[in-house]
Design a protein around this ligand. Sequence first.
Ligand code: GRF
Length: 201
Amino acid sequence: MNIAVFVSGNGSNLQALIEAESRGDISPGKISLVVCDNPQAYALERAAKAGKKVFVLEAEKGKAREEYDRQVAERLEKEEIGGIVLAGFMRILSGEFIDRYKNRILNIHPSLLPKFKGARSIKDAFEAGTKETGVTVHFVTSELDAGPIILQEKVSVDEGETLETLKEKIHRIEHKVYPEVVKLFTRGKLKIQGDKVEIKE
Ligand code: GRF
Protein backbone atom coordinates (compact mmCIF):
# COMPACT_ATOMS: atom_id res chain seq x y z
CA MET A 1 0.00 0.00 0.00
CA ASN A 2 1.34 3.42 -0.94
CA ILE A 3 1.49 5.71 2.06
CA ALA A 4 1.83 9.49 2.19
CA VAL A 5 3.31 10.99 5.36
CA PHE A 6 2.22 14.58 6.06
CA VAL A 7 4.66 16.77 8.00
CA SER A 8 5.25 20.41 8.93
CA GLY A 9 8.27 20.50 11.21
CA ASN A 10 10.99 18.39 12.75
CA GLY A 11 9.87 15.09 11.28
CA SER A 12 11.17 12.74 13.95
CA ASN A 13 8.11 10.52 13.45
CA LEU A 14 8.73 10.53 9.72
CA GLN A 15 12.28 9.42 10.50
CA ALA A 16 11.03 6.58 12.69
CA LEU A 17 8.70 5.46 9.90
CA ILE A 18 11.48 5.63 7.30
CA GLU A 19 13.73 3.52 9.52
CA ALA A 20 10.94 1.02 10.20
CA GLU A 21 10.29 0.79 6.48
CA SER A 22 13.94 0.07 5.74
CA ARG A 23 13.85 -2.80 8.27
CA GLY A 24 10.76 -4.17 6.52
CA ASP A 25 8.65 -3.34 9.57
CA ILE A 26 5.77 -1.52 7.90
CA SER A 27 5.36 -3.77 4.91
CA PRO A 28 3.30 -3.93 2.78
CA GLY A 29 3.24 -0.19 3.51
CA LYS A 30 5.57 1.87 1.39
CA ILE A 31 6.28 5.56 2.03
CA SER A 32 5.71 6.81 -1.49
CA LEU A 33 5.29 10.50 -0.79
CA VAL A 34 6.00 13.09 1.89
CA VAL A 35 3.59 16.04 1.88
CA CYS A 36 4.71 19.24 3.59
CA ASP A 37 3.26 22.73 3.96
CA ASN A 38 6.49 24.30 5.21
CA PRO A 39 9.52 24.65 2.91
CA GLN A 40 11.75 25.22 5.96
CA ALA A 41 10.77 22.01 7.72
CA TYR A 42 13.66 19.84 8.84
CA ALA A 43 11.46 16.89 7.87
CA LEU A 44 12.23 17.72 4.23
CA GLU A 45 15.93 17.11 4.81
CA ARG A 46 15.13 13.76 6.34
CA ALA A 47 12.92 12.89 3.38
CA ALA A 48 15.59 13.93 0.87
CA LYS A 49 18.25 11.91 2.67
CA ALA A 50 16.02 8.85 2.46
CA GLY A 51 15.37 9.52 -1.23
CA LYS A 52 11.66 10.10 -0.69
CA LYS A 53 9.49 11.95 -3.13
CA VAL A 54 8.20 15.17 -1.61
CA PHE A 55 5.30 17.43 -2.39
CA VAL A 56 5.72 20.84 -0.78
CA LEU A 57 2.72 23.10 -0.93
CA GLU A 58 2.63 26.31 1.03
CA ALA A 59 -0.69 27.75 2.05
CA GLU A 60 -1.55 30.99 0.32
CA LYS A 61 -3.35 33.77 2.14
CA GLY A 62 -6.92 33.99 1.05
CA LYS A 63 -6.94 30.59 -0.59
CA ALA A 64 -9.68 28.33 0.69
CA ARG A 65 -8.71 25.30 2.73
CA GLU A 66 -10.67 23.13 0.29
CA GLU A 67 -8.60 24.40 -2.62
CA TYR A 68 -5.31 23.56 -0.89
CA ASP A 69 -6.59 20.11 -0.01
CA ARG A 70 -7.79 19.51 -3.57
CA GLN A 71 -4.30 20.19 -4.87
CA VAL A 72 -2.88 17.75 -2.34
CA ALA A 73 -5.53 15.14 -3.23
CA GLU A 74 -4.70 15.49 -6.90
CA ARG A 75 -1.08 14.64 -6.16
CA LEU A 76 -2.09 11.76 -3.92
CA GLU A 77 -4.20 10.33 -6.74
CA LYS A 78 -1.23 10.54 -9.07
CA GLU A 79 0.90 8.55 -6.63
CA GLU A 80 -1.94 6.08 -5.99
CA ILE A 81 -1.83 6.72 -2.27
CA GLY A 82 -3.96 4.35 -0.20
CA GLY A 83 -3.22 5.64 3.29
CA ILE A 84 -2.29 8.95 4.90
CA VAL A 85 -0.15 9.21 7.99
CA LEU A 86 -0.20 12.60 9.71
CA ALA A 87 3.06 13.13 11.57
CA GLY A 88 3.13 16.63 13.00
CA PHE A 89 1.16 18.16 10.13
CA MET A 90 -0.03 21.49 11.48
CA ARG A 91 -2.88 22.18 9.06
CA ILE A 92 -6.47 21.28 9.72
CA LEU A 93 -7.84 19.17 6.89
CA SER A 94 -11.14 20.08 5.25
CA GLY A 95 -14.21 17.88 5.70
CA GLU A 96 -14.19 17.26 1.98
CA PHE A 97 -10.65 15.83 2.12
CA ILE A 98 -11.38 13.75 5.21
CA ASP A 99 -14.48 12.28 3.53
CA ARG A 100 -12.51 11.46 0.44
CA TYR A 101 -9.99 9.49 2.51
CA LYS A 102 -12.48 8.21 5.05
CA ASN A 103 -10.95 5.67 7.47
CA ARG A 104 -7.63 5.98 5.68
CA ILE A 105 -6.05 8.86 7.64
CA LEU A 106 -4.06 8.21 10.82
CA ASN A 107 -2.82 10.74 13.32
CA ILE A 108 -0.53 10.62 16.33
CA HIS A 109 -1.15 12.91 19.27
CA PRO A 110 1.11 13.42 22.31
CA SER A 111 -1.44 12.92 25.07
CA LEU A 112 -4.01 10.41 26.23
CA LEU A 113 -6.96 11.72 24.23
CA PRO A 114 -9.51 13.04 24.95
CA LYS A 115 -7.27 14.75 27.51
CA PHE A 116 -5.07 17.63 26.40
CA LYS A 117 -6.20 18.22 22.85
CA GLY A 118 -4.55 20.93 20.76
CA ALA A 119 -1.07 21.90 19.70
CA ARG A 120 0.54 22.27 23.16
CA SER A 121 -0.50 19.02 24.75
CA ILE A 122 2.78 18.00 26.36
CA LYS A 123 3.24 21.42 27.95
CA ASP A 124 -0.40 21.58 29.00
CA ALA A 125 -0.22 18.15 30.63
CA PHE A 126 3.05 19.03 32.36
CA GLU A 127 1.73 22.34 33.66
CA ALA A 128 -1.48 20.72 34.87
CA GLY A 129 0.67 18.55 37.16
CA THR A 130 -0.79 15.32 35.82
CA LYS A 131 1.02 12.17 36.97
CA GLU A 132 0.31 10.33 33.78
CA THR A 133 0.05 11.30 30.17
CA GLY A 134 0.91 9.46 26.97
CA VAL A 135 0.45 8.96 23.27
CA THR A 136 -2.64 8.29 21.16
CA VAL A 137 -2.87 7.02 17.60
CA HIS A 138 -6.30 7.49 16.07
CA PHE A 139 -8.21 7.66 12.83
CA VAL A 140 -8.95 11.20 11.70
CA THR A 141 -12.49 12.50 11.53
CA SER A 142 -13.63 16.07 11.03
CA GLU A 143 -13.60 16.67 14.78
CA LEU A 144 -10.11 17.84 15.77
CA ASP A 145 -8.04 15.44 17.90
CA ALA A 146 -10.93 13.02 18.06
CA GLY A 147 -11.81 10.03 15.91
CA PRO A 148 -11.68 6.32 16.73
CA ILE A 149 -8.70 5.50 18.93
CA ILE A 150 -6.47 2.72 17.65
CA LEU A 151 -3.87 2.57 20.39
CA GLN A 152 -2.77 4.47 23.47
CA GLU A 153 0.35 4.14 25.51
CA LYS A 154 0.81 5.71 28.90
CA VAL A 155 3.83 7.71 30.03
CA SER A 156 4.35 8.50 33.70
CA VAL A 157 5.32 11.95 34.87
CA ASP A 158 7.92 11.15 37.49
CA GLU A 159 9.38 12.98 40.45
CA GLY A 160 11.83 15.60 39.15
CA GLU A 161 10.48 15.37 35.60
CA THR A 162 11.08 18.44 33.45
CA LEU A 163 9.16 19.45 30.37
CA GLU A 164 12.21 18.47 28.32
CA THR A 165 12.54 14.98 29.80
CA LEU A 166 8.80 14.44 29.42
CA LYS A 167 8.95 15.47 25.77
CA GLU A 168 11.79 13.04 25.17
CA LYS A 169 9.90 10.19 26.83
CA ILE A 170 6.79 10.89 24.79
CA HIS A 171 8.65 11.12 21.50
CA ARG A 172 10.44 7.85 22.22
CA ILE A 173 7.08 6.13 22.66
CA GLU A 174 5.71 7.80 19.53
CA HIS A 175 8.59 6.49 17.45
CA LYS A 176 7.86 2.98 18.67
CA VAL A 177 4.07 2.92 18.40
CA TYR A 178 3.47 4.78 15.15
CA PRO A 179 5.33 2.31 12.91
CA GLU A 180 3.51 -0.53 14.71
CA VAL A 181 0.13 1.00 13.93
CA VAL A 182 1.08 1.80 10.33
CA LYS A 183 2.06 -1.84 9.91
CA LEU A 184 -1.30 -3.04 11.29
CA PHE A 185 -3.13 -0.56 9.09
CA THR A 186 -1.35 -1.55 5.87
CA ARG A 187 -1.93 -5.21 6.70
CA GLY A 188 -5.66 -4.61 7.03
CA LYS A 189 -5.71 -5.47 10.73
CA LEU A 190 -7.66 -2.42 11.90
CA LYS A 191 -11.40 -2.70 11.82
CA ILE A 192 -13.50 0.34 12.69
CA GLN A 193 -16.77 -0.45 14.42
CA GLY A 194 -18.62 2.74 15.19
CA ASP A 195 -16.37 4.73 17.51
CA LYS A 196 -14.14 1.79 18.30
CA VAL A 197 -11.27 0.11 16.54
CA GLU A 198 -10.75 -3.60 16.75
CA ILE A 199 -7.23 -4.89 16.17
CA LYS A 200 -7.42 -8.23 14.40
CA GLU A 201 -4.49 -10.49 15.16
C1 GRF B 1 4.52 14.80 17.64
O1 GRF B 1 4.65 15.01 19.02
C2 GRF B 1 3.13 14.37 17.29
O2 GRF B 1 2.50 13.65 18.31
C3 GRF B 1 2.40 15.68 17.09
O3 GRF B 1 3.36 16.51 16.48
C4 GRF B 1 4.67 16.11 16.87
C5 GRF B 1 5.48 15.95 15.62
O4 GRF B 1 6.84 15.76 15.89
N1 GRF B 1 1.22 15.49 16.30
P1 GRF B 1 7.83 15.37 14.72
O5 GRF B 1 7.73 16.46 13.65
O6 GRF B 1 7.44 14.04 14.17
O7 GRF B 1 9.20 15.34 15.34
